[in-house]
Design a protein around this ligand. Structure first.
Ligand SMILES: Cc1cc2nc3c(=O)[nH]c(=O)nc-3n(C[C@H](O)[C@H](O)[C@H](O)COP(=O)(O)O)c2cc1C
Length: 382
Protein backbone atom coordinates (compact mmCIF):
# COMPACT_ATOMS: atom_id res chain seq x y z
CA UNK A 1 0.00 0.00 0.00
CA UNK A 2 1.26 3.51 -0.81
CA UNK A 3 2.60 5.43 2.18
CA UNK A 4 0.42 8.02 3.87
CA UNK A 5 1.86 11.43 3.01
CA UNK A 6 -0.97 13.81 3.82
CA UNK A 7 -4.33 14.12 5.56
CA UNK A 8 -6.17 13.40 2.30
CA UNK A 9 -4.62 9.91 2.36
CA UNK A 10 -5.99 9.34 5.87
CA UNK A 11 -9.40 10.55 4.69
CA UNK A 12 -9.32 7.95 1.90
CA UNK A 13 -8.41 5.18 4.34
CA UNK A 14 -11.20 6.33 6.66
CA UNK A 15 -13.65 6.18 3.76
CA UNK A 16 -12.78 2.52 3.22
CA UNK A 17 -12.84 1.56 6.91
CA UNK A 18 -16.04 3.00 8.34
CA UNK A 19 -19.69 2.77 7.24
CA UNK A 20 -20.71 5.25 4.61
CA UNK A 21 -23.26 6.84 6.92
CA UNK A 22 -20.53 7.63 9.48
CA UNK A 23 -18.05 8.85 6.87
CA UNK A 24 -20.63 11.17 5.35
CA UNK A 25 -21.74 12.38 8.78
CA UNK A 26 -18.19 13.73 9.13
CA UNK A 27 -17.47 14.79 5.58
CA UNK A 28 -20.65 16.49 4.47
CA UNK A 29 -22.20 19.85 5.32
CA UNK A 30 -25.62 21.44 5.62
CA UNK A 31 -28.05 22.08 2.75
CA UNK A 32 -26.26 22.79 -0.54
CA UNK A 33 -22.86 22.81 1.15
CA UNK A 34 -21.94 26.26 -0.18
CA UNK A 35 -20.27 27.26 3.08
CA UNK A 36 -18.49 23.91 3.35
CA UNK A 37 -17.11 24.40 -0.18
CA UNK A 38 -16.23 28.04 0.54
CA UNK A 39 -14.18 27.07 3.60
CA UNK A 40 -11.89 25.04 1.35
CA UNK A 41 -12.03 27.32 -1.71
CA UNK A 42 -11.17 30.52 0.17
CA UNK A 43 -8.21 28.89 1.90
CA UNK A 44 -7.05 27.41 -1.40
CA UNK A 45 -7.30 30.79 -3.14
CA UNK A 46 -4.84 32.47 -0.75
CA UNK A 47 -1.22 32.44 -1.87
CA UNK A 48 1.80 32.37 0.40
CA UNK A 49 4.70 34.65 -0.31
CA UNK A 50 7.89 32.81 -1.17
CA UNK A 51 11.04 34.42 0.23
CA UNK A 52 14.61 33.29 -0.37
CA UNK A 53 18.02 33.75 1.19
CA UNK A 54 16.69 34.23 4.69
CA UNK A 55 18.43 32.26 7.42
CA UNK A 56 15.67 29.85 8.50
CA UNK A 57 17.89 27.31 10.20
CA UNK A 58 16.24 27.97 13.57
CA UNK A 59 12.48 27.81 13.44
CA UNK A 60 9.79 27.79 16.11
CA UNK A 61 6.30 26.37 15.63
CA UNK A 62 5.33 26.37 19.33
CA UNK A 63 3.13 29.00 20.92
CA UNK A 64 0.53 29.34 23.67
CA UNK A 65 -3.26 29.14 23.68
CA UNK A 66 -4.80 30.86 26.72
CA UNK A 67 -1.50 30.70 28.56
CA UNK A 68 -1.10 26.97 27.84
CA UNK A 69 1.98 25.82 25.91
CA UNK A 70 1.19 24.16 22.59
CA UNK A 71 3.77 22.48 20.36
CA UNK A 72 1.98 23.65 17.21
CA UNK A 73 -0.73 26.31 16.81
CA UNK A 74 -3.43 23.67 16.44
CA UNK A 75 -6.07 22.21 18.75
CA UNK A 76 -8.60 19.42 18.35
CA UNK A 77 -12.13 20.73 17.78
CA UNK A 78 -15.11 19.23 19.59
CA UNK A 79 -16.94 16.64 17.51
CA UNK A 80 -20.07 14.72 18.47
CA UNK A 81 -20.42 10.93 18.22
CA UNK A 82 -16.65 10.51 17.93
CA UNK A 83 -16.65 7.20 19.79
CA UNK A 84 -18.59 5.76 16.86
CA UNK A 85 -15.73 6.45 14.44
CA UNK A 86 -13.48 4.26 16.57
CA UNK A 87 -14.21 2.60 19.91
CA UNK A 88 -13.21 4.99 22.72
CA UNK A 89 -12.50 7.60 20.04
CA UNK A 90 -12.53 10.56 22.42
CA UNK A 91 -10.11 8.86 24.80
CA UNK A 92 -7.75 8.04 21.92
CA UNK A 93 -7.96 11.59 20.59
CA UNK A 94 -7.27 13.05 24.02
CA UNK A 95 -4.29 10.73 24.52
CA UNK A 96 -2.83 11.60 21.12
CA UNK A 97 -3.30 15.32 21.77
CA UNK A 98 -1.77 15.08 25.22
CA UNK A 99 1.30 13.22 23.99
CA UNK A 100 1.74 15.68 21.13
CA UNK A 101 1.25 18.75 23.29
CA UNK A 102 -1.93 20.28 21.89
CA UNK A 103 -5.37 20.76 23.46
CA UNK A 104 -8.17 18.26 23.00
CA UNK A 105 -11.76 19.52 23.20
CA UNK A 106 -14.41 17.05 24.35
CA UNK A 107 -17.90 17.65 22.91
CA UNK A 108 -21.04 17.68 25.05
CA UNK A 109 -22.32 15.16 22.47
CA UNK A 110 -19.41 12.76 22.91
CA UNK A 111 -19.71 9.02 23.36
CA UNK A 112 -17.05 8.83 26.11
CA UNK A 113 -18.09 10.96 29.07
CA UNK A 114 -16.13 13.75 30.76
CA UNK A 115 -15.25 11.31 33.55
CA UNK A 116 -14.20 8.55 31.08
CA UNK A 117 -11.74 10.90 29.40
CA UNK A 118 -10.51 12.43 32.66
CA UNK A 119 -9.75 8.92 33.91
CA UNK A 120 -7.74 8.10 30.80
CA UNK A 121 -5.39 11.09 30.52
CA UNK A 122 -3.06 12.86 32.97
CA UNK A 123 -3.23 16.33 31.49
CA UNK A 124 -6.33 18.52 31.43
CA UNK A 125 -8.49 18.73 28.35
CA UNK A 126 -11.01 21.35 27.21
CA UNK A 127 -14.76 20.82 27.46
CA UNK A 128 -17.28 22.09 24.89
CA UNK A 129 -20.68 23.05 26.23
CA UNK A 130 -24.07 23.32 24.58
CA UNK A 131 -26.52 25.23 26.77
CA UNK A 132 -29.64 23.04 26.95
CA UNK A 133 -33.22 24.09 27.75
CA UNK A 134 -32.70 22.31 31.06
CA UNK A 135 -30.44 24.88 32.71
CA UNK A 136 -29.97 22.74 35.83
CA UNK A 137 -28.55 19.96 33.66
CA UNK A 138 -26.41 22.50 31.79
CA UNK A 139 -25.06 23.74 35.11
CA UNK A 140 -24.31 20.16 36.15
CA UNK A 141 -22.21 19.71 32.98
CA UNK A 142 -20.23 22.83 33.87
CA UNK A 143 -19.66 21.49 37.37
CA UNK A 144 -18.58 18.09 36.03
CA UNK A 145 -16.08 19.77 33.69
CA UNK A 146 -14.71 21.72 36.62
CA UNK A 147 -14.51 18.62 38.82
CA UNK A 148 -12.63 16.84 36.00
CA UNK A 149 -10.05 19.65 36.04
CA UNK A 150 -10.85 21.11 32.61
CA UNK A 151 -9.12 24.52 32.45
CA UNK A 152 -11.09 25.75 29.45
CA UNK A 153 -14.81 25.77 28.65
CA UNK A 154 -15.68 26.16 24.97
CA UNK A 155 -19.22 27.46 24.67
CA UNK A 156 -20.71 26.84 21.24
CA UNK A 157 -23.03 29.63 20.10
CA UNK A 158 -24.03 28.70 16.57
CA UNK A 159 -26.65 26.03 17.19
CA UNK A 160 -29.85 28.01 17.80
CA UNK A 161 -31.41 25.56 15.32
CA UNK A 162 -30.05 22.51 13.52
CA UNK A 163 -28.80 23.03 9.96
CA UNK A 164 -30.09 20.09 7.92
CA UNK A 165 -27.60 17.69 6.42
CA UNK A 166 -29.35 15.94 3.55
CA UNK A 167 -26.93 13.02 3.52
CA UNK A 168 -27.56 12.14 7.15
CA UNK A 169 -31.27 11.86 6.47
CA UNK A 170 -30.77 9.86 3.29
CA UNK A 171 -28.32 7.57 5.06
CA UNK A 172 -30.76 6.94 7.87
CA UNK A 173 -28.29 8.42 10.36
CA UNK A 174 -30.63 11.23 11.22
CA UNK A 175 -34.12 11.06 12.59
CA UNK A 176 -36.49 9.35 12.05
CA UNK A 177 -34.31 6.24 12.19
CA UNK A 178 -34.20 4.21 9.03
CA UNK A 179 -32.19 1.02 8.83
CA UNK A 180 -32.14 0.48 5.10
CA UNK A 181 -30.96 -2.59 3.25
CA UNK A 182 -28.15 -0.45 1.82
CA UNK A 183 -26.97 0.47 5.34
CA UNK A 184 -26.95 -3.13 6.47
CA UNK A 185 -25.05 -4.25 3.34
CA UNK A 186 -22.54 -1.43 3.75
CA UNK A 187 -21.85 -2.29 7.40
CA UNK A 188 -21.36 -5.93 6.37
CA UNK A 189 -18.41 -4.77 4.22
CA UNK A 190 -16.78 -2.99 7.21
CA UNK A 191 -16.19 -5.91 9.61
CA UNK A 192 -13.19 -4.22 11.28
CA UNK A 193 -15.31 -1.23 12.27
CA UNK A 194 -18.23 -3.45 13.33
CA UNK A 195 -15.99 -5.55 15.59
CA UNK A 196 -14.28 -2.51 17.04
CA UNK A 197 -17.22 -0.15 17.57
CA UNK A 198 -20.29 -2.34 17.87
CA UNK A 199 -18.56 -4.59 20.40
CA UNK A 200 -17.11 -1.65 22.34
CA UNK A 201 -18.55 -0.74 25.74
CA UNK A 202 -19.64 2.78 24.93
CA UNK A 203 -22.17 3.46 22.20
CA UNK A 204 -24.37 6.23 23.51
CA UNK A 205 -24.04 9.88 24.58
CA UNK A 206 -21.76 9.44 27.59
CA UNK A 207 -22.35 12.85 29.15
CA UNK A 208 -26.11 12.58 28.95
CA UNK A 209 -26.59 9.28 30.79
CA UNK A 210 -29.10 9.59 33.61
CA UNK A 211 -30.60 12.70 32.01
CA UNK A 212 -31.78 11.22 28.72
CA UNK A 213 -34.82 8.97 28.83
CA UNK A 214 -33.54 5.41 28.97
CA UNK A 215 -34.33 2.56 26.63
CA UNK A 216 -34.37 4.42 23.32
CA UNK A 217 -32.10 3.60 20.40
CA UNK A 218 -29.40 6.05 19.34
CA UNK A 219 -31.48 7.75 16.68
CA UNK A 220 -34.46 8.22 18.97
CA UNK A 221 -32.16 9.60 21.64
CA UNK A 222 -30.57 11.95 19.11
CA UNK A 223 -34.06 13.17 18.23
CA UNK A 224 -34.87 13.72 21.89
CA UNK A 225 -31.57 15.51 22.48
CA UNK A 226 -32.12 17.72 19.43
CA UNK A 227 -35.30 19.00 21.10
CA UNK A 228 -33.28 20.01 24.15
CA UNK A 229 -31.29 22.64 22.26
CA UNK A 230 -32.67 26.05 23.11
CA UNK A 231 -33.46 28.64 20.40
CA UNK A 232 -34.09 31.29 23.05
CA UNK A 233 -30.38 31.48 23.94
CA UNK A 234 -28.97 34.97 24.16
CA UNK A 235 -25.96 36.86 25.47
CA UNK A 236 -27.64 36.72 28.91
CA UNK A 237 -26.91 32.99 28.92
CA UNK A 238 -23.29 33.70 28.04
CA UNK A 239 -23.13 36.06 31.03
CA UNK A 240 -24.67 33.31 33.18
CA UNK A 241 -22.09 30.73 32.04
CA UNK A 242 -19.31 33.30 32.55
CA UNK A 243 -20.50 33.75 36.15
CA UNK A 244 -20.48 29.97 36.73
CA UNK A 245 -17.11 29.24 35.17
CA UNK A 246 -13.95 30.42 36.92
CA UNK A 247 -11.62 29.09 34.24
CA UNK A 248 -10.94 30.29 30.70
CA UNK A 249 -13.98 30.78 28.52
CA UNK A 250 -13.89 30.34 24.74
CA UNK A 251 -16.86 31.40 22.60
CA UNK A 252 -17.13 29.28 19.45
CA UNK A 253 -19.12 30.07 16.34
CA UNK A 254 -18.36 33.75 15.80
CA UNK A 255 -18.51 34.90 12.19
CA UNK A 256 -19.35 38.57 12.48
CA UNK A 257 -17.19 41.45 13.77
CA UNK A 258 -20.07 42.85 15.80
CA UNK A 259 -20.56 39.51 17.54
CA UNK A 260 -16.82 39.30 18.11
CA UNK A 261 -16.91 42.65 19.92
CA UNK A 262 -19.87 41.54 22.04
CA UNK A 263 -18.07 38.30 22.85
CA UNK A 264 -15.05 40.26 24.07
CA UNK A 265 -17.39 42.47 26.14
CA UNK A 266 -18.73 39.31 27.78
CA UNK A 267 -15.32 38.29 29.00
CA UNK A 268 -14.38 35.74 26.34
CA UNK A 269 -10.75 34.75 26.82
CA UNK A 270 -10.79 33.52 23.23
CA UNK A 271 -13.20 33.22 20.34
CA UNK A 272 -13.34 30.61 17.63
CA UNK A 273 -14.09 32.12 14.24
CA UNK A 274 -16.19 29.27 12.91
CA UNK A 275 -19.20 28.31 10.81
CA UNK A 276 -19.32 24.88 12.46
CA UNK A 277 -17.43 23.41 9.51
CA UNK A 278 -20.17 24.39 7.04
CA UNK A 279 -22.72 22.38 9.01
CA UNK A 280 -25.05 25.16 10.14
CA UNK A 281 -26.00 28.33 8.18
CA UNK A 282 -25.46 27.46 4.54
CA UNK A 283 -24.21 30.43 2.49
CA UNK A 284 -22.55 31.92 5.55
CA UNK A 285 -19.06 33.14 4.63
CA UNK A 286 -15.96 31.00 4.84
CA UNK A 287 -14.32 31.44 8.24
CA UNK A 288 -11.00 32.48 6.69
CA UNK A 289 -12.66 35.26 4.70
CA UNK A 290 -14.12 37.00 7.78
CA UNK A 291 -11.01 36.52 9.91
CA UNK A 292 -9.21 39.80 9.04
CA UNK A 293 -12.27 41.92 9.83
CA UNK A 294 -12.83 40.12 13.11
CA UNK A 295 -9.16 40.39 14.04
CA UNK A 296 -9.26 44.14 13.55
CA UNK A 297 -12.56 44.41 15.46
CA UNK A 298 -11.25 42.78 18.63
CA UNK A 299 -7.55 43.58 18.44
CA UNK A 300 -5.81 42.05 21.43
CA UNK A 301 -8.90 41.98 23.68
CA UNK A 302 -9.34 38.25 23.16
CA UNK A 303 -7.36 35.45 21.52
CA UNK A 304 -8.59 34.33 18.12
CA UNK A 305 -8.71 30.76 16.94
CA UNK A 306 -10.11 29.74 13.57
CA UNK A 307 -11.66 26.55 12.28
CA UNK A 308 -13.22 25.43 9.03
CA UNK A 309 -11.40 23.70 6.20
CA UNK A 310 -7.98 23.28 7.83
CA UNK A 311 -6.33 20.24 6.27
CA UNK A 312 -2.72 21.27 5.67
CA UNK A 313 0.06 23.11 7.45
CA UNK A 314 -0.14 25.72 4.71
CA UNK A 315 -3.77 26.36 5.73
CA UNK A 316 -2.61 26.94 9.31
CA UNK A 317 0.02 29.40 8.11
CA UNK A 318 -2.59 31.33 6.11
CA UNK A 319 -4.83 31.62 9.18
CA UNK A 320 -1.90 32.90 11.25
CA UNK A 321 -1.15 35.47 8.56
CA UNK A 322 -4.71 36.79 8.71
CA UNK A 323 -4.76 37.24 12.47
CA UNK A 324 -5.48 33.89 14.15
CA UNK A 325 -3.36 32.71 17.01
CA UNK A 326 -4.05 29.16 15.91
CA UNK A 327 -6.55 26.76 14.40
CA UNK A 328 -8.84 23.96 15.46
CA UNK A 329 -9.28 20.87 13.30
CA UNK A 330 -12.55 18.94 13.04
CA UNK A 331 -12.75 16.55 10.12
CA UNK A 332 -8.97 16.23 9.79
CA UNK A 333 -8.61 14.62 13.18
CA UNK A 334 -11.68 12.43 12.70
CA UNK A 335 -10.18 11.04 9.49
CA UNK A 336 -6.98 10.17 11.35
CA UNK A 337 -8.97 8.53 14.15
CA UNK A 338 -11.13 6.48 11.79
CA UNK A 339 -8.10 5.47 9.72
CA UNK A 340 -5.76 4.50 12.52
CA UNK A 341 -7.05 5.13 16.04
CA UNK A 342 -4.69 7.02 18.35
CA UNK A 343 -1.77 6.55 15.93
CA UNK A 344 -3.86 8.04 13.14
CA UNK A 345 -4.57 11.18 15.19
CA UNK A 346 -0.86 11.50 16.01
CA UNK A 347 -0.11 11.15 12.31
CA UNK A 348 -2.49 14.04 11.51
CA UNK A 349 -0.75 16.29 14.03
CA UNK A 350 2.67 15.24 12.81
CA UNK A 351 1.73 15.94 9.18
CA UNK A 352 0.46 19.41 10.12
CA UNK A 353 3.62 20.12 12.12
CA UNK A 354 5.93 19.14 9.25
CA UNK A 355 3.92 20.97 6.61
CA UNK A 356 3.78 24.11 8.72
CA UNK A 357 7.46 23.97 9.59
CA UNK A 358 8.61 23.41 6.00
CA UNK A 359 6.26 26.04 4.59
CA UNK A 360 7.61 28.57 7.07
CA UNK A 361 11.14 27.83 5.91
CA UNK A 362 10.16 28.30 2.27
CA UNK A 363 8.33 31.52 3.10
CA UNK A 364 11.37 32.87 4.96
CA UNK A 365 9.61 32.76 8.33
CA UNK A 366 11.13 31.60 11.59
CA UNK A 367 8.46 31.95 14.28
CA UNK A 368 4.73 31.18 14.27
CA UNK A 369 4.24 33.88 16.91
CA UNK A 370 5.20 36.67 14.58
CA UNK A 371 3.51 35.79 11.29
CA UNK A 372 1.82 38.83 9.73
CA UNK A 373 -0.27 39.50 6.60
CA UNK A 374 3.06 40.05 4.84
CA UNK A 375 3.33 36.25 4.68
CA UNK A 376 0.66 36.28 1.99
CA UNK A 377 1.44 36.95 -1.64
CA UNK A 378 -1.37 39.49 -1.84
CA UNK A 379 -1.77 40.70 1.72
CA UNK A 380 -5.38 41.42 2.52
CA UNK A 381 -5.37 44.75 4.24
CA UNK A 382 -8.19 45.35 6.68
C1 LIG B 1 -18.66 15.18 12.68
C2 LIG B 1 -18.64 16.53 13.33
C3 LIG B 1 -19.26 16.71 14.56
C4 LIG B 1 -19.22 17.96 15.18
N1 LIG B 1 -19.76 18.11 16.44
C5 LIG B 1 -19.61 19.29 17.10
C6 LIG B 1 -20.02 19.41 18.46
O1 LIG B 1 -20.51 18.47 19.07
N2 LIG B 1 -19.83 20.62 19.06
C7 LIG B 1 -19.27 21.70 18.41
O2 LIG B 1 -19.13 22.78 19.00
N3 LIG B 1 -18.86 21.59 17.13
C8 LIG B 1 -19.00 20.41 16.47
N4 LIG B 1 -18.53 20.30 15.19
C9 LIG B 1 -17.86 21.44 14.54
C10 LIG B 1 -16.36 21.41 14.83
O3 LIG B 1 -16.10 21.67 16.19
C11 LIG B 1 -15.59 22.43 13.99
O4 LIG B 1 -16.17 23.69 14.18
C12 LIG B 1 -15.57 22.09 12.49
O5 LIG B 1 -15.49 20.70 12.29
C13 LIG B 1 -14.37 22.77 11.82
O6 LIG B 1 -14.34 22.52 10.46
P1 LIG B 1 -13.44 21.36 9.77
O7 LIG B 1 -14.18 20.08 10.02
O8 LIG B 1 -13.46 21.74 8.33
O9 LIG B 1 -12.09 21.36 10.42
C14 LIG B 1 -18.58 19.05 14.54
C15 LIG B 1 -17.97 18.85 13.30
C16 LIG B 1 -17.98 17.62 12.70
C17 LIG B 1 -17.28 17.44 11.37
Amino acid sequence: MAPVTNIADLRDIARRRIPRAMFEYAQRGSYDERTLAANYAELDALRLRQRVMVDVSKRNVATTFLGQDVTIPVGIAPTGLTGLFHADGEILGARAAQAFGVPFTLSTMSICSIEDVAGAVDKPFWFQLYVMRDRAFTQSLVERARAAGCPVLVLTLDLAAHGQRHRDIKNGLSVPPRLTLANALDIATKPGWALNVLRGQRRSFGNLQGWMPAGKNLNAMAQWVAQQFDPSLSWKDVAWIRSLWPGKLVLKGILDPEDARIAADHGADAIVVSNHGGRQLDSAPASISVLPEIASAVGSRTEILLDGGIRTGQDVLKALALGARGCLIGRSWLYGLAAGGQGGVTQVLEILRKELDTSMALAGLTDVRSVTPAALHTPRRV
